[in-house]
Design a protein around this ligand. Sequence first.
Ligand code: NOJ
Length: 536
Amino acid sequence: MSDREQHKWWQTAAVYQVYPRSFRDTTGDGVGDLQGIIDKMDYLSDTLGVDAFWMSPFYPSPMADFGYDVSDYCDVHPMFGDLSTFDQLVACAHEAGLKVIIDFVPNHSSDHHPWFIESRSSRENPRRDWYVWRDPKPDGSPPNNWLSVFGGSAWELDDRTGQYYLHSFLKEQPDLNWRNPAVKAAMLDNMRFWLDRNVDGFRIDTALFIMKDPAARDNPPNAGGSPHLHKSLGAYDAQVHLHDQGHADVHQVFREVRALLEEYEPPRMASGEMHVFDWYELGSYYGVELDELSMPTNFGLLEAPWTARGIRGVVDGVEAAIPQRAWPNYVLGSHDDERLATRLGEHGSRQAAVLLLTLRGSPTLYYGDELGMREAEIPPDRRQDPWSMTEPSLGRDGCRTPMQWSPEPAAGFTSAHEPWLPVGGDHAVRNVRCQLLDPDSHLNLYRRLLSLRRGSAALRTGSYLPVDRVPPECFVFERSQGTERVLVAVNFTPEPLSIDTSGFAGRIAVSTHRVSEGNEVGRALHLLPYEAVVVV
Ligand code: NOJ
C-alpha cells in the first residue's frame, strides 16, 4: 500500500494560504478576486508545486474585519465573484490536482447578518438567543470582565433592548450562541452547503471561541505575560482566558463537525485556528479517538525562539504530546502575523523553508513567504486593518499587501492605479518573475524543497528521529520510511560547523546555500554559516 493510501490527503499535502483580497485582481478595482486565483492556479500546482490551498473569507460582508464578519454564509461577495466563479475555481483546482480548503467563521457573524438584525430587534424575537445576550450589572456596567481581542470590553450595550451582546472581536462581529441547538444546526447546514459544492475542507476561524463558560464567570488575572513571543496583545494579555473560550464542551462540537465531514467520500478535513502552546492541550483537539479536528493549527514554530534548542523544543514537545496516531502540522506565517522574512531575516527565513517542508507533519505556507516578502510599511493614511486603528503596533496590513508577481509598479497584481493596500517596497526584487530567473532565490529554494518532498515518502510520511550528538547550535533529525532515509541539518550559527554523520551516506539534495547541493556526505557533514541542508 502506498503512503498516500495509508495517510489522509491532508497529512501528505503541502498547503498554501491564499488571501483572496491580495492574490490577483482581474477586475481592476484594486482588490483580488476568485477569478484571479483561477488564473494563477498553475502557479500553485506547477510552478510552486503545492498540493492544496486555503482561502481566507470571500463571503458577503461589510468588511469591518475584511471578511471575518460574514453577512451571508452561503454566497460570494460580488467583489470576489459569484457562486459560479466559485464552482469554476473548485473544478479548476481539482483538475490541477489541488484540494480546496475554505475559511469558515463560526464564532461570530457580521452585525449585518439577518440573524443578528432579528436578534437585536427585541428581547422576544425567536432569534434573540442565537447570540449571547446578558443583562447589565446593577450599576449598568458590562456583565463580566471579558475583553475583546481587538481592545476594550467584549460587551456592547444595545440601548433599545437594554442588554449587552458579546463580541469577542469587533462590536460589528457579535458572537453566535453555539449552545443553542438551532444555531449549531444552522451552522452545520452552512458547512454542508460548501461541502456539497465540493470543497475539500475548512479552516475553522478562532475555533476555540465557540464554547465559553455558560455561567460567564470573570476571567482571572494573568501574572505570566503574553503567550505570544513576538507580540503582546496589551490589556488582553492581562487576563487568563479561562472562561471566554476553550470550554470543554467545544470537543463535542468538534466531534459533530468531524462526523459531518466523514459523511462525504472521500472524507473532508477541518483545521482549527487556535493559539495553544501547551502541546497536550493542542493534542486534545484531535480527539482521543482522533474524531475531532484533522489539524488543530500549531503556531508553535511561529512563536519559538529561532535557535536549535527553541525549535527542537517545539518539535519534540509536539511529537511527544499529541495522540499516537495524530499527525503534526506546522505554520510559519499567516494574515495575522508579521511576515516570516521580517521576523527571521534572510537566513532564518530560508532555514524556516527547509524546516517547514521537511519536519514530520503537514506544512502550511503563507502566500508571498515563498518569495521572502517583507512586512510592508503602511503609511497611516493607507491603514485598513481595524486593529491598527485601536493599536497601530498590532496592525496586520503589512503582511496582507498584494502578491508580488512582477517588478512592475503594481507588481502584476492589478491594473488599478491604487491597490487596496500599497505594494510592498521590495517588489522590484521579491517577485515571481525575477525570482524564477534566479537559481538562488527564495522561490527556487521552495520549488526545490517541494519537488523533493513530493518524490520522497520519507519526507511526506516517514518517522522523525532527532539526532543528539551534534553541536548545541545545530538541529539535526532523520526522517525515514522503509529503506529511504533523509537527514536534515540546520546550523543556527554564523560559523561553519561539522557534524559527525558516520552511518549515514548520501548527498546534499537541497540547501539554503545552493553551492553545497550535490556534495557527497560521508563520515562528516560540513555546514556553512546558517546553512540548512537536506541529505538524501
Ligand atoms: C482570526 C482571523 O485569522 C483574524 O484575521 C480575524 O480577525 C479573527 N479571527 C476574527 O475572526
